[in-house]
Design a protein around this ligand. Sequence first.
Ligand SMILES: CC(C)(COP(=O)(O)OP(=O)(O)OC[C@H]1O[C@@H](n2cnc3c(N)ncnc32)[C@H](O)[C@@H]1OP(=O)(O)O)[C@@H](O)C(=O)NCCC(=O)NCCS
Length: 184
Amino acid sequence: MVFEEKKVTLRDGRVCILRSVETKDAKDMIAYLRIVSRETPFLLRNEDEAAFTLEAEEQLLESKRNHPREIMMAAEVEGILAGNCGIVTNGDLRRIAHRCGFAIALKEAYWNIGIGSAMMDYAFLLAKNMNYEQIELEVVDGNNRAKSLYEKFGFKETGKNFRALKYDDGSYRDEYKMVKILVE
Ligand SMILES: CC(C)(COP(=O)(O)OP(=O)(O)OC[C@H]1O[C@@H](n2cnc3c(N)ncnc32)[C@H](O)[C@@H]1OP(=O)(O)O)[C@@H](O)C(=O)NCCC(=O)NCCS
């Protein structure tokens, strides 16, 4: 879905533009995915696995724009792609159509200035407008910044997947499941 662009002033005084991704973002998005996959162990991909072709990425971004119940939001600061987030559908089956998933990441240089909170505020409003009643996500054990932010936004822990992620050094991490109710 394409949604209205929003400007927010960050904690450091800079302006962040929250907008729908566009096909022309594909190159920057691939570079961004490689950076965030390298910077944090809390995402699903290793850096070498963030290897999308330009064509595949363009198609993905276009499909997000055209999907009636999904969004992909870009956070842009001074013309740089700082981060993105997405609302992902669980499908159209009536028994699960009230649920959606959520994912978010930012380049490390843009952490802790309020972009994550601004993206969540806007994305959750859009999720409600798309008739979702609850938002679900997974957060890796040890990702305290993200987990406490989700709790601040009303997410409750509902379970844990043991050994959900396996790293190249052979270690594992558990993952918490969390849910935020939008409509009682
Ligand atoms: C998680 C993430 C999206 C948060 O975005 P952000 O823009 O840094 O978040 P904000 O600046 O809006 O808020 C950060 C909050 O975390 C708090 N915080 C910072 N470090 C923290 C820590 N180690 N433990 C707990 N809270 C912490 C800050 O005080 C702030 O809270 P406040 O608004 O009450 O002051 C971002 O850090 C990120 O991209 N991390 C890497 C990728 C990732 O983990 N994605 C989520 C996967 S589930």
